[in-house]
Design a protein around this ligand. Structure first.
Ligand SMILES: NC(=O)c1ccc[n+]([C@@H]2O[C@H](COP(=O)([O-])OP(=O)(O)OC[C@H]3O[C@@H](n4cnc5c(N)ncnc54)[C@H](O)[C@@H]3O)[C@@H](O)[C@H]2O)c1
Length: 243
């Protein structure tokens, strides 16, 4: 039984960064709500196991590589005849104070977060336009909204995703496409290195990290047909952290 009350039967969904964490749980819930789900990750072994567990299709790809991205979108359209929902969730961290960041730390983080979000959205646009329907849900961060020590590269990338979300929302609205973003705060590999005594500082009034599955309700809402009049929104799903 799905946790989601939206029905995604007949929908084709692509979730990036889906081998683990938030992306894996989003994939599971879209699958349980009836969608055909393509789970994208560059970590092939972990991805295959996750896709088998979820009952979805594994699409190994690096979101920062245009050829990979276009291959995944073409495969989804070839196999299902459509692509309806794109969740740009893949992410990496290369944290250091800004005076210690290397060019590579900077470029990699921007290439995955901002570059991947742009590349996947661009590849979907012709199909969304032909269908006159599409839903894009991007994943930004508290850091993109407010900054965070040690994360100048990540903050720039995640703030960039907010600008991209609003611009894409304006450009694609005429084609029945909405573009929104969530700002999560969930216990995943990405948060595992935060020491126990620091957790209170990085959680909100609700004093815990969410389970990654708790991100799914907001994503499903934005992805639903019913939310067609909501676009360009950044919704914190963070226990009140960004209030
Ligand atoms: N966990 C949180 O509290 C939190 C807070 C704010 C934002 N976010 C964002 O949520 C998203 C998911 O994070 P998570 O916590 O589940 O992290 P995670 O590390 O558990 O999962 C991220 C996934 O992205 C994949 N990935 C990384 N680079 C890739 C690439 N180039 N191509 C394809 N796949 C790639 C990784 O292999 C991994 O499976 C990220 O964009 C992250 O920045 C998470």
């Amino acid at each position: 039984m799905s946790n989601l009350s939206f029905d995604f039967t007949g929908r084709t969904v692509v979730v990036t960064g889906a081998a683990r964490g938030i992306g894996k749980e989003l994939s599971r819930q879209f699958r349980e709500a009836g969608a055909t789900v393509f789970m994208v990750d560059f970590d092939g072994a972990e991805l295959d196991a996750a896709a088998a567990e979820v009952g979805a299709k594994a699409a190994q790809a690096d979101v920062s590589e245009t050829e990979d991205v276009e291959r995944v979108v073409a495969t989804a359209v070839d196999e299902t005849g459509r692509i309806d929902i794109l969740v740009n969730n893949a992410g990496i961290l290369r944290d250091r104070v800004l005076w210690k960041l290397t060019d590579d730390d900077w470029e990699q983080v921007l290439a995955v977060h901002a570059g991947g979000t742009f590349r996947f959205t661009r590849a979907c646009v012709p199909h969304f336009r032909a269908q006159q329907f599409g839903r894009v849900v991007n994943v930004t961060s508290y850091t993109g909204l407010h900054g965070n020590r040690g994360q100048a590269n990540y903050a720039t990338a995640k703030a960039g995703i907010i600008g991209f979300t609003k611009t894409a929302a304006k450009e694609l609205a005429a084609f029945g496409v909405t573009v929104n973003a969530i700002s999560p705060n969930a216990a995943t590999r990405m948060t595992a290195s935060i020491p126990e005594e620091k957790i209170a500082e990085v959680t909100g009034p609700i004093p815990r990290f969410a389970d990654p599955a708790e991100m799914a309700a907001a994503v499903a809402f934005f992805a639903s047909e019913e939310a067609g009049y909501i676009t360009g929104v950044v919704l914190p799903v963070d226990g009140g952290l960004s209030m």
